[in-house]
Write a protein that binds this ligand. Structure first.
Ligand code: BTN
Length: 274
């Protein structure tokens, strides 16, 4: 991968300027600095290697050279639409946009059973293969851009060992049992991203997101709060029209959660016996 092959592979997509780097701290940081300056809508930053890749909740994201796909898009306009209220809602929906685009590309172009572990992980066969990190840039009270960062484990070298991970991981090459082109993968994801971005506020978007949700009908726990101080358990029902996760507690009461980290709860012995 280099600047020329990247520009050629993405030539007929409606993107902004494309910048390639052999190595970077973080594509999200680079894209944010560019967005503070003059990056146009859909400006793209791609790196072959990240030395300080970031995941959600302050976690590190491992991106060794030649083995992974790491890129960030600068999103302006619709999402930044002079949103004068400091609201996390656009971040939730844009995180879903990234996860949905990855899943759809993996399903349509690679025939893989990819699903979304709310809010930002993409799983194949119960193992994480990709993550999304959406970060907002504010100018005063106005959302000026969102940086949508995507990291995908492509080759086995990109998969950290299980003991370093909160959730087991895999890579695409193991899932399809052959090497694959990162450029083709990037192109497939961006095609889905551009398609779904135009439908972001449509019921079809929520439906597609909900259809791909992992653990529906199962018991899950959501950890939330600044210090992960809240744990909420319930049966995962789906996604509401605002993009919140719908859960049902043991008494049958429905409630929604806007953000947090999810883990599936083990199925109890009683449940097997029923
Ligand atoms: C997560 O699962 O916690 C999100 C991982 C997001 C990683 C990507 S790699 C490209 C972009 N640059 C970063 O520093 N992080 C995101």
């Amino acid at each position: 991968m280099d600047q020329t092959s990247l520009t050629t592979a993405l030539a007929n997509l409606s993107l902004g300027t494309i910048r390639y780097f052999d190595t970077l701290g973080s594509t999200n940081s680079k894209a944010a600095a560019w967005a503070e300056n003059d990056a146009p809508d859909l400006a793209l930053v791609v790196a072959n290697e990240q030395t300080e890749g970031r995941g959600r909740s302050g976690r590190k994201w491992f991106t060794p050279a030649d083995a992974a796909l790491a890129f960030s898009l600068v999103l302006r306009n619709q999402e930044a639409a002079r949103s004068e209220v400091l609201s996390p809602a656009p971040i939730v929906r844009l995180t879903a946009l990234g996860a949905l685009a990855i899943c759809q590309a993996l399903r349509l172009d690679y025939n893989l059973p990819a699903v979304i572990k709310w809010p930002n992980d993409v799983l194949i066969n119960q193992r994480k293969v990709a993550g999304v990190l959406a970060e907002a840039l504010w100018t005063g009270d106005v959302l000026s851009a969102v940086i949508l960062g995507i990291g995908i484990n492509v080759a086995p070298e990109s998969v950290p060992s299980d003991r370093e991970l909160a959730f087991p991981a895999t890579c695409l090459q193991d899932a399809i049992s052959r090497p694959l082109s990162r450029l083709e993968l990037l192109r497939a994801i961006l095609i889905q991203m551009l398609k779904w971005r135009d439908l972001l506020n449509e019921p079809d978007f929520i439906q597609a997101w909900e259809d791909l949700l992992a653990y529906r009908g199962q018991s899950v726990e959501i950890i939330s709060g600044d210090k992960d101080q809240y744990a909420t358990q319930g049966e995962l029902i789906g996604i509401d029209q605002l993009g919140c996760l719908k859960l049902r507690d043991q008494t049958g009461k429905m409630f929604t959660i806007l953000s947090g980290s999810m883990r599936p709860l083990p199925v109890s012995k009683e449940a097997y016996q029923q």
